[in-house]
Design a protein around this ligand. Structure first.
Ligand code: NAI
Ligand code: PYL
Ligand code: MG
Length: 263
């Protein structure tokens, strides 16, 4: 069975440096640490001049404009030495290893990996993205509440929900697919959230490929919404009305999480 993944567009990745800087500021306001700081604290690792080879992959839907260039910009932003190979696919992989890459970054339509060739560790983007966005939200400095709403329990949302559970949060979960919700309730022991009986949350995590999945009824003033989901889960009107602190960025936070996890 082929598992389909929501694909980025070149448009999503426009001005990636600016998007990263804004996300870094939001993460600092929420947690007191920047993205790097959260990754270092969570994984207990620090980079040590690792060289990263980024390999464009042409299979399936093929090259996404700005994807490799964005990974180059992201890895440089976090202080890594990195390069994009001239050739794609297996030839690119060969080129990366010949040019002394220690970590390989590459993605097809279903799987985006970071593979550390020195220590053998390998990271998956969906797992690392869900985990780090949950970790950021769980560090929200301005709330004592241990209740969190998770919307979207798929490949990114499930590990996010699992991370909240393992960190001692009371997790309320919702997925538009009833069978996914039931499976997650049974696997993680979370509480199913009923949109017809809403309540307010100060921490919300969202991982769906849909817009406007967060209704006004669940928002509290100054709540944190940590969301890798694209497009944005909340309208700009609601965001302003409730002074929502939004942590959202299309590629860099998840990539940082992958890299720190394989160091
Ligand atoms: P997935 O397809 O595995 O899971 C999405 C889940 O959302 C599904 O279970 C689906 O039933 C549910 N869903 C859809 N519409 C919903 C709605 N209106 N309300 C509640 N649940 C709804 O997708 P995956 O891989 O978990 O990705 C989720 C999103 O995260 C996508 O937009 C993807 O592009 C994005 N993503 C972002 C990354 C980043 O670094 N910012 C990294 C990886 C993925
Ligand atoms: C990693 C992202 C986050 C959301 N969706 C995921 C996605 O778009 N994956 C596909 C990546 C394909 C890259 C393409 C290239 O340009 O090398 N094969
Ligand atoms: Mg990201």
């Amino acid at each position: 069975m082929v598992i389909k993944m929501a694909l980025l567009t070149p448009e999503d990745l426009k001005n990636i440096n600016k998007q990263l800087q804004e996300a870094d500021s939001a993460v600092r306001r929420v947690t007191g640490l920047d993205i790097k700081g959260v990754c270092e604290a969570f994984y207990g690792t620090t980079p040590c001049c690792e060289k990263i080879g980024i390999v464009p992959i042409t299979s399936g839907n093929g090259i996404i404009g700005n994807f490799s260039a964005s990974l180059h910009a992201i890895t440089q932003y976090f202080g890594f030495d990195s390069f994009v190979t001239g050739m794609p696919d297996v030839s690119g992989y060969y080129e990366a290893v010949r040019n002394k890459a220690e970590i390989i970054l590459m993605a097809d339509d279903n799987t985006f990996v970071a593979h550390n060739l020195k220590n053998g560790k390998i990271a998956n983007n969906q797992l690392c993205t869900g985990t780090i966005y949950a970790e950021i939200a769980s560090r929200h400095l301005k709330t004592d509440s241990k209740d969190v709403l998770v919307i979207g329990l798929g490949k990114v949302g499930f590990p996010g929900a699992a991370h909240f559970v393992h960190s001692g949060f009371n997790v309320y979960g919702y997925d538009a697919d009833k069978s996914v919700l039931e499976k997650t309730v049974s696997n993680l022991g979370i509480t199913p959230f009923d949109p017809d009986k809403p309540r307010k949350f100060s921490i919300i995590f969202e991982a769906t490929p849909c817009a406007n999945t967060i209704s006004e009824a669940v928002l509290s003033e100054n709540c944190v919404i940590s969301t890798p989901g694209i497009p944005c889960a909340i309208s700009s009107e609601l965001r302003k009305k409730y002074a929502v602190e939004l942590v959202m960025e299309p590629l860099g936070i998840g990539t940082a999480s992958m890299l720190y996890s394989v160091l």
